[in-house]
Design a protein around this ligand. Structure first.
Ligand code: MOS
Length: 724
């Protein structure tokens, strides 16, 4: 049905020459007003006639199995409708884009808090009460490993372990070296909207209102979990209150709602409580990272080593790709990577915003700061000196890379040259210091399809992409408006419904580039149809202010589409841009104050400069960047998942105990973009932005702590006890 995109057909600069001035601007979100008025419905706000309510029942042992699970203890409770455990399907997927059911442990328990059943009743309160009263008998394993530091089940991840040259020799010969261990704690996504699903069956077809990021894949995962054909499943997620990875894969609440609704033959809604989200969705693994850097007299790297240990449940395939950025950031011939996975019984670890770079760059960029110190070279200058010409391992060129420009412009805007000598600036009880770190996030493209229909009333964009708070509604509207010569108010974008053409989904920072390209290509086909109708060459066609011009002809656009023109287009990753290394880059600068007596750290200002190809909407892009930098402050200073050492159960399982950066912790954050056009990334020349700005941000903060008071933080987060 769709023509697949080939780069030579791209007319890469078309968006620069359409001349509407809509693309890239600070257009408000079309969905913004609905959201702030409470008129945008989230998953738990949908209701249905005769709807029943389900509450998940979870395991209270860390490893073992369910011995007895029946409704005897709750059968007579008011409103009780049923207990469903099917025994196969109530575990969250740790994997996004799997397209198949999550690991199905049956009645086996792999972690404390795992979902094992759902209790359904007439009201939510009745269901919750019954779930709490339900007597479940578990058999607990005698031995269970829950701590990655002491675990014996350590597996070498061969695919992520490799070497180039001889790092040991490089370390022995180097003039300057760093050999440090960095640790980062577990994190969670804690999206504002907890996971929720409403399932309704009609003649063997399931319709599910859920909160998911990757609908095209989620539909298949859900169908596979239920043992039905994917054609019989429709997922609707018009608004999603944040995901950050936690909604990449289908979850227990969706499968539970669907199973119960099928059995009861009535709609069932299952909403996770905040503590359930913490316990049984997924976490970002803690990491232990050994960073080794070898450099010559001038700070030029001759070797880089990044060895890490992460943790994951047995059987789960996702492994935090900690060293992703280390592969492509800096030069040095001798390189070593080694990855260990501790197979322990904690909540499955999965993707949390910028899996890989978000925590891996805390190690790398901290080690680079240490190297600057031992070399006596300014940390900005050290980074500039080590930007390689081509990828240090593959030898491929970078499709576009403005890292040096980001560092230089950031240094200038931040006033870096006034940075105090370490430990030299004090204001009363506060030490003041500044830090820098590079940012980077790899770029990718995922299959996406979209449909654009142009009629006399305007245009409609349709695709099952989600808007997880990122601005999908805005940027897709802008792309279509720009291409079709319409004001944005004449374009309606419909998202979040698997009955629409399948999109890339929102994940891995590829949503805007991938699905935006599909919309661009569909609109481009409409331009070709209009040129044909106008009788002009498509290259001479201009569409502006509702008028089509080409050759010597000119016509109102609406006269050309009395019959609506509908086109669908798709993009596949294929070999697109394969000859290039692709990533977005940036630079973070932070100024902190450290209290001399208490060790309290306050971030006083922060500045980020980013280069991510074409910026599709400056406002939503800036919001993304601010959000990532706020998260950087959180990972530097406070975010830390705590586990009960006996059971592995998460103990910081609400937002009172899991500390995130809140308004009082966040200073004014200054964000700037360096405009790029990346002709290799995709037809709209954009690159990854959603996860760029969390990557490296926390390192700038702890590097600033070192500059302020001489305390080097290698164990995140930098809580006062470690700083004082
Ligand atoms: Mo992202 S962690 O791929 O939503």
């Amino acid at each position: 049905m769709n023509d697949r995109f080939k780069m030579d057909e791209a007319q890469p600069r078309l968006l620069d020459s359409t001349g509407q001035g809509i693309i890239g601007t600070e257009m408000d979100r079309p969905d913004g007003r609905l959201k702030v008025c409470g008129a945008a419905p989230y998953a738990a706000e949908f209701a249905a006639d005769r709807m029943a309510h389900g509450v998940l029942v979870r395991a209270t042992v860390s490893k073992g199995r369910v011995l007895a699970l029946n409704d005897e203890s709750i059968r007579e409770m008011p409103g009780f409708l049923g207990l469903f455990h099917d025994g196969t399907m109530l575990r969250n997927s740790a994997q996004g884009m799997a397209g198949e059911a999550p690991v199905q442990p049956g009645l086996r328990v792999d972690y404390h808090g795992q979902s094992v059943a759902v209790v359904v009743a007439e009201t939510f309160e009745q269901a919750r009460d019954a779930a709490q009263q339900l007597a479940v008998r578990f058999e607990a394993a005698e031995e269970v490993e829950v701590d990655p530091e002491t675990a014996e089940a350590i597996e070498l991840d061969e695919d992520s372990s490799e070497q180039f040259g001889d790092l040991e020799a490089a370390m022995a010969e180097a003039v300057h070296t760093v050999d440090s261990v960095y640790t980062t704690p577990g994190h969670v996504s804690a999206a504002m909207e907890p996971h929720a699903s409403l399932a309704e069956w009609h003649e063997g077809n399931l319709s599910l209102h859920g909160s998911y990021q990757m609908l095209r894949f989620n539909k298949k995962e859900l169908a596979d979990s239920l043992g039905v054909d994917a054609d019989r499943v429709r997922i609707l997620a018009p608004f999603v209150g944040g995901g950050f990875g936690s909604k990449l894969g289908i979850g227990a609440e969706a499968v539970a709602a669907a199973v119960a609704a099928r059995e009861l033959d009535r709609p069932v809604r299952v909403v996770m409580a905040r503590q359930q989200v913490f316990d049984c969705v997924l976490r970002r693994t803690e990491t232990r990272q050994r960073l080794r850097l070898a450099a010559d007299e001038d700070g030029r790297l001759s070797g880089v080593g990044h060895e890490d240990r992460i943790s994951q449940l047995p059987e789960e395939s996702f492994g935090e790709p900690t060293a992703t950025a280390t592969h492509f950031m800096y030069g040095g011939k001798n390189r070593l990577y080694r990855k260990e996975i501790a197979r322990i019984h904690r909540t499955p670890s999965g993707s949390v915003r910028a899996p890989g770079e978000a925590v891996g760059m805390l190690g790398l960029e901290g080690a680079m700061d240490e190297l600057a110190e031992v070399c006596g070279i300014d940390p900005v200058e050290l980074r500039l000196r080590n930007i390689p010409d081509t990828h240090p391992e593959t030898g491929k060129p970078y499709s576009s890379r403005s890292l040096a420009e980001c560092l230089k412009q950031g240094a200038s805007q931040f006033g870096w040259e006034n940075r105090p000598a370490a430990g030299s600036r004090r204001e009363g009880q506060w030490y003041i210091g500044c830090g820098v770190a590079s940012a980077a996030r790899s770029n990718s493209l995922v299959r996406a399809d979209a449909r654009v229909t142009l009629s006399a009333d305007g245009a409609i964009v349709e695709t099952d992409l989600t808007d997880i708070g990122t601005g999908s509604y805005a940027i897709l509207t802008q792309i279509a408006a720009e291409m079709l010569g319409l004001p944005a108010s004449k374009v309606t974008t419909r998202l979040g419904d698997t009955d629409l053409p399948g999109a890339s989904g929102s994940g891995g920072s590829f949503g805007a580039g991938s699905t935006g390209s599909a919309v661009f290509l569909a609109a481009k086909k409409i331009r070709a149809r209009l040129a044909e109708k106008l009788g002009c060459d498509v290259d001479s066609l201009t569409l502006k202010d509702g008028v089509a011009r080409g050759g010597n002809v000119e016509k109102p656009l609406r006269d050309l589409c009395v019959e609506p023109i509908c086109e669908e287009a798709g993009i596949t990753a294929g070999k697109l841009g394969d000859d290039y290394e692709q990533a977005s880059f940036g630079a973070h600068f932070a100024e902190v104050a450290v209290h001399a007596d208490s060790g309290e750290v306050r971030v006083r200002r922060m500045l980020g400069v980013f280069a991510a190809g074409r910026i599709l909407n400056v406002k939503t892009a800036r919001s993304q960047c601010i959000g990532g930098m706020v998260w950087g402050i959180g990972s530097a200073l406070m975010e830390e998942l705590g586990h009960d050492p006996r059971t592995g159960h998460i103990i910081t399982r609400d937002l009172a105990n899991y500390h995130i950066a809140s308004n009082a912790d966040v200073p004014l954050i200054d964000v700037h973009f360096i405009e790029e056009r990346d002709d290799q990334s995709n037809p709209i020349q954009s690159k990854a932005i959603g996860e760029l700005s969390i990557s490296g941000a926390g390192a700038a903060v702890v590097n600033a702590i070192y500059n302020a008071c001489g305390v080097r933080i290698r164990a995140f987060p930098a809580t006062p006890d470690k700083v004082v």
